[in-house]
Design a binder for this molecule. Structure first.
Ligand code: FMN
Ligand code: SF4
Length: 425
C-alpha cells in the first residue's frame, strides 16, 4: 500500500488550553477574523466559493452558495446558527472540535457574523454533550474578554453575542428547520420548505445554518485563500474531512483526511488510519455517512474518499461516519438495529416514516427467523423502501432505508436465505 498522507488543517491546532483565547492567538488564531473584518462580505464569500467547501453536516450543500443566498436577502436582522446536534450514530467529529478547538469554531462563526452583520449566533449543542456546553460558554466568555465577541468587536462597532442552546436528545432536531423550532422553544419537528431558512429561519428571520465542521473550516479558507484550500482537497470539494472510524476497525477515532487523498481501502486498512479489522477477521461491509447512509462491500474498497467518487459508487460522505463490520455480523441483524434507531427517532409527523419503519422492522424480524417470511415479504420490503424515500416529509424518513436499499444489492442471498419456499406452510 502507498504511504498515506494525512492532513491537519483543522486538527493541527489541538493542544494547550482549548478555552484560552491568548493561547489560540499565540498559535495564529483570530488572524483570519481580523482579515475578514477588513474585507467586503462579497470578498469573503468569493473565497468560500473558490474553496468549494461543501457543508459537513451531511447534505454536502455548497457553503458559498448558501452564504451568497443569505447575503442577497435585504431583510434584517439576520441570525447565525451552528448545528452541533451531532445525533448521527457513529459520528463524533463535531465533539472533537467543540471540545478541543472551540476557539476555531467561534472564529468561523464570528466571521459569518461579520459577513452578514448578524444580530447574534446560536450554537445548538447535542443534549448529551452537557460538559462540552459548559466549556463552550467559558470559551465564548474568554473570546469576548479578548475583544473577539460581544460588544464592539475589534473596535469596529459591531456587536455580536453567541448563545449556547442545549438539545434534549432527539435526532430529528439535527434537521435544520426542526433545530430552529427547538431553539425557539416549540416542538422540534421539521418545517415545510420553502420558504428556505435564508428567508424565514430563526424567529422567521433570515438565517444561516451550518454544521460545526463547516464553520471550523472558514478560518483556514479566509487565511490561506480559497484556491490554496481547494488544492488540499479534491477538485470538486476542497479541504479535508474529519472521518469517524468505529465498529470492528482496529483503530477507532477521528482522522482528518484530505478529500480525494485516500481510498476506502486506505481509510480502513492503512496503519495510520483504520489499521484493518480487529481480531484479524475479514471485512464484511462498511456503513458510510451515518445510519441514514449507504452500506458498501469489499468490492468497493478502491473507491476514492471524495464526495464525487463516493456518489458515483452509490455511497456518500454524509456525516463522515465509517462503521466497519467484520464477517461475523449478520446483515439482517445489523439492519434491525438501524431500523430500531429510526423507529425510536421518527417524530411521528408523517405516516410513511412513522408506520413505514415499523413495517420494515416487522419484515426484517421475519427474515431473521428460518421459514417465517414468504417471497411476498421481500416485494413488500422493496415497495416500502420506495414509498418511504419518496413520500416521507423530511430527510429522516427519506433516508431511513438507504442502508437497507444498498445492503439488498450486496447481500441479496442473505435476505433470501430464510424465506420459505413457495408451497411450504
Ligand atoms: C434527521 C436529520 C438529522 C440531521 N442531523 C444533523 C446534525 O446532527 N448535525 C448537522 O450538522 N446536520 C444535521 N442534519 C443536516 C441539517 O439539516 C443541515 O443540512 C446542516 O446543518 C447544514 O449545515 P451544512 O450545510 O454546514 O452541512 C440532519 C438532517 C436530518 C434530515
Ligand atoms: S419523515 Fe416525517 S415522521 Fe419522520 S421525522 Fe420527518 S417529519 Fe417526522
Amino acid at each position: 500500500m502507498r504511504p498515506v498522507k494525512l492532513n491537519a488543517l483543522i486538527t493541527g491546532n489541538v493542544g494547550g488550553d482549548p478555552l484560552s483565547a491568548a493561547e489560540y492567538i499565540a498559535r495564529g488564531g483570530f488572524a483570519a477574523l481580523e482579515k475578514a473584518a477588513r474585507l467586503e462580505p462579497e470578498a469573503v464569500i468569493a473565497e468560500i466559493k473558490k474553496a468549494k467547501l461543501l457543508g459537513r453536516g451531511g447534505a454536502a450543500y455548497p457553503a458559498g452558495n448558501k452564504w451568497e443566498h443569505l447575503l442577497r436577502i435585504p431583510e434584517r436582522p439576520k441570525y447565525i446558527v451552528c448545528n452541533a446536534d451531532e445525533g448521527e450514530p457513529g459520528t463524533f467529529k463535531d465533539r472533537l472540535i467543540l471540545d478541543k478547538l472551540p476557539m476555531k469554531l467561534l472564529e468561523g462563526i464570528i466571521i459569518a457574523g461579520f459577513v452578514f452583520r448578524a444580530k447574534a449566533a446560536y450554537i445548538y449543542v447535542r443534549g448529551e454533550y452537557r460538559g462540552i456546553q459548559k466549556r463552550l460558554i467559558k470559551a465564548i466568555e474568554n473570546a469576548g474578554a479578548a475583544g473577539f465577541a460581544g460588544k464592539n468587536i475589534l473596535g469596529t462597532g459591531f456587536d455580536f453575542d453567541i448563545h449556547v442552546i442545549s438539545g434534549a436528545g432527539a435526532y430529528v432536531c439535527g434537521e435544520n428547520s426542526a433545530l430552529l423550532n427547538s431553539t425557539e422553544g416549540t416542538v422540534g419537528r421539521p418545517r415545510i420548505k420553502p420558504p428556505h431558512l435564508a428567508e424565514a429561519g430563526l424567529f422567521l428571520l433570515p438565517t444561516l445554518v451550518n454544521n460545526v465542521e463547516t464553520f471550523a473550516n472558514i478560518p483556514a479558507i479566509v487565511g490561506m485563500g480559497g484556491e490554496a484550500y481547494l488544492r488540499i482537497g479534491h477538485p470538486d470539494s476542497g479541504g479535508t474531512k474529519l472521518v469517524c472510524l468505529s465498529g470492528h476497525s482496529r483503530n477507532r477515532g477521528v482522522f482528518e483526511i484530505p478529500l480525494g487523498g485516500v481510498t476506502l481501502r486506505e481509510a480502513i486498512h492503512d496503519p495510520e488510519i483504520g489499521g484493518g479489522i480487529a481480531g484479524g477477521k475479514n471485512l464484511k461491509f462498511f456503513h458510510l455517512g451515518g445510519q441514514s447512509g449507504a452500506i458498501g462491500g469489499p468490492d468497493q474498497l478502491d473507491t476514492v474518499y471524495s464526495y464525487t467518487d463516493l456518489k458515483k459508487a452509490g455511497l456518500s460522505v454524509g456525516s463522515g461516519a465509517v462503521v466497519v463490520m467484520d464477517e461475523s455480523v449478520s446483515i439482517i441483524e445489523y439492519l434491525k438495529g438501524v431500523t430500531e434507531f429510526f423507529i425510536h427517532e421518527s417524530c411521528g409527523k408523517c405516516v410513511p416514516c412513522r408506520e413505514g419503519n415499523r413495517q420494515v422492522y416487522h419484515i426484517l424480524r421475519k427474515l431473521s427467523s428460518p421459514g417465517a417470511a414468504a417471497a411476498g415479504d421481500l416485494d413488500t420490503l422493496r415497495r416500502l423502501i420506495r414509498a418511504m424515500s419518496d413520500a416521507s416529509f423530511c430527510g429522516l424518513g427519506q433516508t431511513a432505508t438507504a442502508a437497507l436499499n444498498s445492503a439488498w444489492k450486496h447481500f441479496r442471498t442473505e435476505f433470501e436465505a430464510n424465506v420459505r419456499s413457495a408451497g411450504a406452510t
